[in-house]
Each structure stands twice: as C-alpha cells, then as structure tokens.
Design a protein around this ligand. Structure first.
Ligand code: AMP
Ligand code: GLY
Length: 431
C-alpha cells in the first residue's frame, strides 16, 4: 500500500517512523515533511492546505491512503475534498469530515456537542458582539478564575485564564469588540475554571467502534516547574501513574462512549483520531477540549508505546473494523523532551546547523525531528520546536534522564530544553 502522510512536525516524524515499520507499507510520502521524515520516506514539497497539490501527488504516486497530522487541513475540509471528487474517492483518508472537525475548530460547537450528549465539561455560555453587555453581566456573576475562549482556531493562543473580573471584562472587550483574535474571537465562550490534573487521552474511531490508545501528559510552559509562556509543548510522558483502571472505566462510560455515540446521532462522519483533553478532579474526569487529531508532542510518547502495526490500525479504521483490533502496549515508561530555538515561543531565528545527530545513538532512544530541514549536507533548524527526543525507561524519571543525556550530545546555536519534564512523577532512579 502507498501512503501519504500530511504534516511536518515531530508528530509526523513519529507517525512516519511507525508507518515505515509496517510490512503493509510499500511507499511512504510525506507532505511537506522535515529532515526526519526524509529518513522514513519521500518528502513532497506541498503545503498541508494545498488540496489540489496533494490530490495531484496522490494520483501521480498511486496513493491508497492518506493520514492527516495537523488540524488546519481537517478544519478546512480535506476529508470532504477527497470524498467528493470522483477521481479521488477511492483513496482512504484518515481524519474527520469538515463538520466533525468543528469539535476542534469551534469551541462553541464542541461545548454544544458535549451538552447535547451529557458529557461532563465546565459550565459555559457563548457570546457574540450583539450580546456584549449581557456577557459583561455574566462575567461579573462568575467566581474566579474565569476562562475566556475565542471560538475559532487561534494557534493555541485563544484561551485566557483571568484571575479577576476586571481583567476578564477587558479581555472580553478586546476579543469581541476589538478583534484581538480576528475572526476566531467573533464568538467567545466563557466557562468555569476546572481544578485538577490535566491529561491527554487518545482514541482512534471508525465512527462505530473505537480503540483507546495510551494516555499522556504534556508540559506546555517554556520554563522549568511550569513557569513562563505557553508553547506548543516542551515534552510529554506516558503512562501516568494516576490513571488507574477505575478512572479509565469512568472516562469510557461518561466521556468516550457518549462521544462516539454522539458522532452517530449527529451524523458526524468521523474516521480518525480523537484527542480528548481531560481534567481529573479527584477521580472525576471532565473534558477541557477535543482536538480532531493526535497531539504534538504527545504522539512522540503514545505511538512508540503501541505495539500494533499502524497501517493495520488505519486500514481497520477506514473499513469500520476496529472492533477486531486489540491494542497492545509496551509497559515501559516513555518520555519525550523537546529542544527549541532560542527565543521561542517569541521570535527566534531559523537555519542554525544541528550537530551530533549522526554521532550518538543510544538504545531505547529515538530522536524525532520537529522543525528541521536538509540544507546541502547539513540539517538545520526550521521552526520553534526543533527536536523531540523520546526514550524508554523503567520509570518516567529514567526515561527523562536518558532523553536529557541524549540532548546533551546534540547542539544548535540557541538550543534550549526543559530538564524537568515529568517532575511530578520523579522517583529515585534504579541506581
Ligand atoms: P485549550 O486550547 O482548550 O486546550 O486550552 C488551553 C489550556 O487552557 C488547557 O490545556 C488548560 O490548561 C487550560 N484550560 C482550558 N479550559 C480550562 C478550564 N475550563 N479550566 C481550567 N483550565 C482550562
Ligand atoms: N500538545 C497539545 C496539542 O497538540 O494540541
């Protein structure tokens, strides 16, 4: 089978690495890919939202299946584009339809979906500019902190947690009346602040059945001990010690099953990954958000823990046969630590030469590329997040230490990584 993977980050290098291991994978293409995916298949210089370009490449390369990594093409309707064109309809595309992708593309859509299907989540109301004054009154009546969310995709910046009412009212005005987040903020969701420990759960569904993938926790802040600005994610770990069978059972019954049943009831065409951001409040799970794709850097720990053949999993997804699949997981702990460009998540420079990639290899460690590209004989930085170093260990501490050790062997100008990923799960390592 010939496969096309859409995307260019650490998530896509991990997926490419896993797809390439399958005996069912003949040729693997990645659009546009990075220097890491180039080690697993053929990169094609096509942007993720250039649907015509992707379609032409599929026909040229006899592609049988497409896996879409990032949310942008999904929310823009790549699934519907391929499904509705006669010459492309034979290609299986793994990812939800445009309408179903609204679960990530519109916070108000996701909240209404959860309310309709009785899925536990924070209490909320949504407001547009014509209801501005009503919104201000609503804010005044809420307890603190208050969470404001721009409805649409805002590159991960659209969620504000306000510690006082004045701040919340000022931000509300900026979003609704002064276009702080452009179109994405024309509607604002105001919601209750949820307490607890956050985690990410991943489900692969064929619209009828689902399989649960390993859980993960990502570390979003730039600084050690979760200080400083939000980033795309500085690291991730799996499994999580507090995710017990009883907790998972509760998540299945109250969240996952109603979600999959909700897709059917609402006629949402969904064959793909569902990323469920959860808050665990003393054993009670609530949904913070849905994403219509795998997470990054969570993929870099979740996928290496899955023993199943990924092409087989995706084929079962496309053929609505996931009920026949049992997920086998590696019991070891896995951690990924992300190396970023100096200045990230603010301004940063690209094009810095990365050294050490070909010098050191460690058993049980994989260096996934996020923002990298080939330039002549060298590999250079090409984004804020540059490398995601994944390691296996007896426990999370051991896995993180091994990734940190590996990162000490790698170098590019301005390189920075957090050394404390998984800090809450620290235990004395084996020695
Ligand atoms: P989102 O873009 O919805 O993932 O929100 C970004 C981050 O904001 C989440 O990962 C949480 O850490 C935080 N967050 C969002 N909604 C809430 C909430 N209702 N209560 C507490 N924290 C939240
Ligand atoms: N790591 C969070 C995300 O992928 O959205």
């Amino acid at each position: 089978m010939n496969l096309l993977l859409v995307g260019s980050g650490g998530r896509e290098h991990t997926l490419a690495w896993k797809l390439k291991q399958s005996p069912l994978c003949d040729q693997l293409f990645i659009a546009p890919g990075n220097a890491g995916t180039a080690l697993c298949g053929t990169n094609l210089p096509i942007a993720v939202s250039d649907f015509d370009g992707l379609a032409a490449a599929c026909l040229d390369n006899s592609i049988d299946m497409i896996l879409v990594g990032p949310e942008d093409p999904l929310v823009k309707g790549i699934y519907d584009f391929f499904k509705n064109k006669k010459e492309l309809a034979h290609i299986k595309l793994i990812g939800p339809s445009k309408e179903a992708s609204q679960l990530e593309g519109s916070k108000a859509f996701a909240k209404a979906f959860m309310q309709r299907h009785n899925i536990p989540t924070a209490a909320y109301r949504e407001f547009t500019s014509d209801k501005y004054l009503e919104g201000v009154e609503y804010i005044k009546a809420q307890s603190l902190p208050i969470v404001l969310k721009a409805d649409g995709l805002a590159a991960g910046k659209g969620v504000l947690i306000c510690q006082n009412h004045l701040e919340a009212m000022a931000e509300f005005e900026l979003m609704l009346l002064r276009s702080k987040f452009g179109e994405a903020g024309k509607k604002v969701v105001i919601e209750e602040f949820l307490k607890g420990i956050e985690l990410s759960l991943f489900v692969l569904t064929d619209g009828e059945n689902y399989v649960l993938l390993p859980e993960a926790k990502d570390y979003k802040r730039i600084g050690e001990a979760d200080a400083g600005l939000n980033t795309g994610g500085m690291g991730a770990v799996s499994p999580l010690p507090f995710v017990t069978d009883a907790f998972l059972q509760k998540v299945k019954e109250t969240i996952i099953e109603p979600t999959i049943a909700g897709f059917k009831k609402d006629n949402l065409d969904y064959k793909g990954f569902v990323f469920i951001g959860l808050m665990n409040d003393n054993g009670d799970p609530k949904v913070i958000e849905y994403n219509c794709r795998m997470g990054d850097p969570e993929t870099e720990v979740v996928i290496p823990r899955i023993k199943n053949d990924l092409v087989e999993l995706l084929t079962a997804t496309a053929g609505q046969k996931l009920s026949e699949i049992k997920i086998e997981t590696d019991d070891r702990a896995v951690a990924t630590v992300v190396a970023v460009s100096g200045g990230y998540p603010g301004d940063y420079e690209k094009g810095k030469v990365i050294t050490g990639l070909d010098l050191t290899t460690l058993e049980d460690t994989i260096v996934f590329h996020s923002g990298t590209k080939n330039e002549g004989d060298e590999i250079v930085t090409n984004g804020g997040r540059v490398l995601a170093v994944t390691s296996f260990g007896e426990n999370i501490t051991e896995a993180v230490e091994q990734s940190n050790y590996m990162l000490d062997q790698l170098h590019f100008e301005g390189m920075y990584f957090r050394t404390d990923i998984g800090y809450e799960f620290k235990e004395a390592s084996g020695s």
